[in-house]
Ligand binder design. Structure first.
Ligand code: GLU
Length: 500
């Protein structure tokens, strides 16, 4: 049975193909590899599997690197970082595949196959219509003599190189760290192609060569690769290299129990960043899609993840992506992140909404930080701050929400006009410090002067100043605005609503 050698220092890799953006499933695989490396004092390697020239693009590679950085998954070796086992792009590693093929030729573990596509298609069609069905290449070229094969190669006949699946080999068995004992019968193993006729390696061959040469000890990847594993084990064995420990991760399904799809769900990390999720929240959330610390803790920071992550707490049950839970979790991270980190994170949202510029933020940093407590407890997504805070940026006039005007200012018997006139005088009085408490306390005296309940004082102020009957804490907000703007808003409301 293929068994892993636990004496080697832990080296894991995340190996995306740059055929699209980094999606949620890939991000979870990356997080597990990263956290496993960190919790075992090992190395986390990023390798770009760009051997498919038609589907791999530089742009996708850049998006993947950007998403990895955004998630804070720092790799120890890989693109932009280098390392002793590079290069870290498969297209730059072709000589290593050639070397491995040479080694396999010497060991008589491979053979050239000259069957053309047409011949192979015909064989397959014939086998499929027969009783046993198609069980792989019929090994015609395996029986060619060495001399004949060499003569055909010398004559320039196109050929691929296939692995000679050993004849007296029992089932291929391994202990998957998630799925447990796995066993695959040898007789269904095809003499798979390792090198194509144009000299390029196939996926299984390149992956094994790279994992071997990069001294990878644990392969943690999606279970869509589970069926590749026995094939890859045969290649390790042919190369005489240690087989890593495999851990295959179950699927992530949408809340509807269906596979996540681009059409129905946001699937890429960049989409979640744009939606206003925090990297810490997304990492925490994705880490729990199939792994748990103790079965109950939901908020797990990076340090805890990096010190406690292990493969034995990964479940093989499919994970459900519940965006409501992610939103809740994001809100909880917003609540605890602190003002400075919040300003950095929210900046693109405020700038994009046209509320301010990046320069405004760097020039008035402490003012922006003071906005944080106004929204920290009420936001699920970073962008929620835009809607909640936009009134603060409105200057001397604010858009008055019609429903709020009718419900509060025009309400029968509310005497909102009287209230606002009195409030205007208080707010315009420069002998009262422009601070939350003195302003609020002075306005509160109107409950006695005008003999009205507090809400009949404060709700009209809220509508006149913020434009709406629902807003962040009122006087904490007013304190952050300019006195003349607030007074002007009350004048404006008195004029618009009461014709003053
Ligand atoms: N490049 C492969 C993919 O994107 C991953 C290969 C592996 O992890 O072995 O699915």
């Amino acid at each position: 049975m293929a068994s892993a050698d636990s004496s080697r220092p832990v080296r894991v890799r995340f190996a995306p193909s740059p055929t699209g953006e980094l999606h949620i499933g890939g991000a979870r695989t990356a997080i597990y590899n990263w956290a496993f490396a960190r919790s075992h004092g090992g190395s986390f390697i990023l390798r770009i599997e760009d051997t498919d020239p038609e589907r791999s693009t530089e742009e996708n590679k850049q998006v993947i690197l950007r998403s990895m950085k955004w998630l804070g998954l720092d790799w120890d070796e890989g693109p932009e970082k280098g390392g002793n086992f590079g290069p870290y792009l498969q297209t730059e590693r072709f000589n290593t595949y050639t070397d491995a093929l040479e080694q396999l030729k010497k060991a008589d573990a491979v053979y050239p196959c000259f069957c053309t596509k047409e011949e192979l298609d015909a064989k397959r069609a014939q086998a499929e219509s027969s009783e046993g069905g198609y069980s792989g290449y019929d090994r015609t070229c395996r029986s060619l003599s060495k001399e004949e094969a060499q003569a055909r190669i010398d004559a320039g006949e196109p050929h691929v190189w296939r692995l000679k699946v050993p004849e007296n080999h029992g089932p291929i068995e391994f202990e998957d760290a998630v799925y447990g004992h796995m066993s695959f019968p040898i007789d269904v193993m095809d003499d798979m192609i390792l090198v194509r006729s144009d000299g390029t390696p196939t996926y299984n061959f390149a992956v094994v060569c790279d994992d071997t040469n990069m001294e990878i000890t644990h392969v943690i990847r999606g279970d869509d690769h589970l069926s590749n594993t026995p094939r890859q084990i045969l290649i390790y064995e042919a190369l005489g290299k240690p087989v890593p420990t495999f851990a295959h991760l179950s699927m992530i399904l949408g809340a509807d129990g269906r596979k996540l799809s681009k059409r129905r769900n946001a699937t890429s990390v960049e989409e979640y960043a744009k939606k206003g999720y925090l990297p810490d929240a997304l990492v925490n959330f994705l880490a729990l899609l199939g792994w748990s610390l103790d079965g109950e803790t939901t908020i797990i920071d990076r340090n805890t993840l990096c010190s406690h992550f292990d493969l034995d707490r990964i479940t093989k049950k499919d994970a459900i992506f519940d965006e409501t839970k992610l939103e809740w979790m994001n809100g909880s991270y917003i609540q605890t992140m602190g003002a400075s980190a919040w300003v950095d994170a929210v900046e693109p949202f405020l700038v994009e909404a046209g509320l301010c510029t990046a320069e405004d933020i760097s020039e008035n940093r402490s003012w922006f930080e003071a906005l944080y407590p106004l929204v920290a407890e009420r936001s699920k997504l970073l962008g929620d701050a835009v809607e909640k805070l936009s009134f603060i940026f409105d200057g001397p006039t604010v858009h008055l929400d019609e429903k709020s005007v009718n419900k509060v200012l025009k309400k029968e018997g509310s005497r909102a006009d009287e209230v606002l006139r009195a409030v205007r005088d208080i707010l315009a009085d420069t002998s009262i410090a422009w601070e939350c408490d003195p302003l609020q306390d002075t306005c509160r005296t109107l409950t006695e002067t005008l003999d009205l309940k507090a809400k009949f004082i404060f709700q009209p102020i809220r509508v006149a100043v913020t434009g709406s009957q629902v807003s962040p804490p009122l006087f904490e907000s007013i304190e952050l605005m300019k006195r003349e703007d607030v007074v002007a808003r009350i004048d404006y409301t008195l004029h618009e609503v009461f014709g003053d």
